[in-house]
Design a protein around this ligand. Structure first.
Ligand code: SF4
Length: 362
């Protein structure tokens, strides 16, 4: 993967994104609030960006790792089971970060071995102006991954065109009713699939479909059928990490209050394979020999997590460098971990200390 954009283009795009902040038309909701002057739209964001974590992520898809994952607050969906809920609905609790400081951290992470730069949330669409402003501060253009719910506006679409090297596209719902009931969006079907299929024509795109308990027939199958019919070669990641959260577990009769069963996930995989879809990672364009990994990263408030499922499977979420040694001990025969080794380098500098901050920040 190579960066496809130049800084002069970024400056022009940043100006356009900044113009779309006031009144805000960055995403399809087009709230038209004045974000630069204190008004808040559905995403609850102002003009600044709030970063609640960043680290070099080894747990994303093979094609994009190791990626510098930058987690920004704010979203225009309200998925009831969202794992980032507090960073979506309570953005005011997350620290504002200066774009200069974030750009410095991005450059550091690239030096430490990050091969791509992923903006994640929430969704980066609602933070487009701040992200572009940050990219303007970079001397070099890292390969850019847009990890998104794919809901930019028609006016902001040209900003992403030619800028993004890879989309990681979230496609959860197979019909408008589930989109409305579970995420508060009215027109999911005319909004999300179209954008995914469009960008995939020209840009490497990974579709992530979270398999949700009780939603195989209404969501998983229709999503897979649409992919089969319109983009059968697209890279698909069927995700089995659905977890019920307090919001959903309060509704005992709702299938979403339970975990995804192994049988349901197996059924989802069977449908995908029956439709001839591509679940394997593609051969990456870079060579992945043995990666040198910083022994400690200062990942703030959002940590790697190891859980053991009822079936005895080991699940590692957000695989950062601090977790790799432990993961190797727990699963010494797991081939996917064999290409990582820990180096003898010391920890990276603390951005918080550099800036004399006392609040967690990027
Ligand atoms: S980014 Fe979207 S949700 Fe947020 S204020 Fe702008 S139009 Fe509204």
């Amino acid at each position: 993967m190579s960066a496809t954009y130049r800084q002069s283009t970024v400056v022009t795009k940043a100006k356009l994104a900044d113009d779309l902040l006031t009144p805000c038309r960055l995403c399809w909701r087009e709230c038209e609030v004045d974000r630069k002057n204190g008004e808040l739209g559905d995403c609850k964001l102002g003009a600044e960006i709030r970063c609640y974590n960043e680290f070099i992520h080894y747990g994303e898809e093979q094609e994009i790792i190791p990626t510098h994952a930058v987690f920004l607050s704010g979203c225009n969906f309200r998925c009831r089971f969202c794992s980032e809920w507090k960073h979506v609905v309570k953005v005011e609790n997350d620290p504002i970060i200066k774009v200069e400081a974030l750009a410095t951290r991005i450059a550091e992470r690239q030096e430490q071995g990050a091969q791509t730069l992923s903006f994640i949330g929430g969704t980066p669409d609602v933070n487009m102006a701040g992200i572009l402003e940050c990219l303007c501060k970079l001397a070099q253009s890292p390969a850019l991954v847009w990890n998104s719910n794919m809901t930019w506006s028609t006016q902001s679409a040209p900003i992403l065109r030619g800028l993004v090297d890879s989309f990681v596209a979230d496609w959860k719902f197979g019909n408008d009713l589930c989109g409305k009931k579970l995420a508060g969006i009215d027109e999911h079907q005319s909004l999300v699939p179209h954008r995914i299929l469009k960008v995939a024509e020209k840009t490497f795109t990974i579709v992530r479909h979270l398999v949700m308990p009780g939603h195989i027939n209404c969501c998983t199958r229709p999503v897979l059928q649409q992919i089969r019919d319109k983009a059968p070669g697209i890279r698909l990641n069927l995700m089995d990490q659905y977890q019920s959260v307090p919001v959903t577990s309060a509704l005992k009769s709702d299938p979403l209050s339970k975990s995804l069963s192994a049988e349901e996930f197996a059924l989802a995989e069977k449908h995908a394979l029956d439709y001839g879809l591509c679940l394997e990672s593609r051969e990456p364009s870079r060579s992945f020999e043995v990666l040198e990994i910083e022994e400690k990263q200062d990942s703030v408030g959002f940590e790697s997590k190891i859980t053991i499922t009822a079936d005895g499977d080991l699940v590692i979420e957000n695989l950062d460098a601090s977790m790799i040694e432990l993961a190797n001990q727990l699963a010494p025969n797991d081939e996917s971990l064999q290409r990582f080794k820990l180096p003898s380098k010391g920890p990276i500098k603390e951005l918080r200390e550099e800036e004399g901050r006392d609040k967690p920040s990027c």
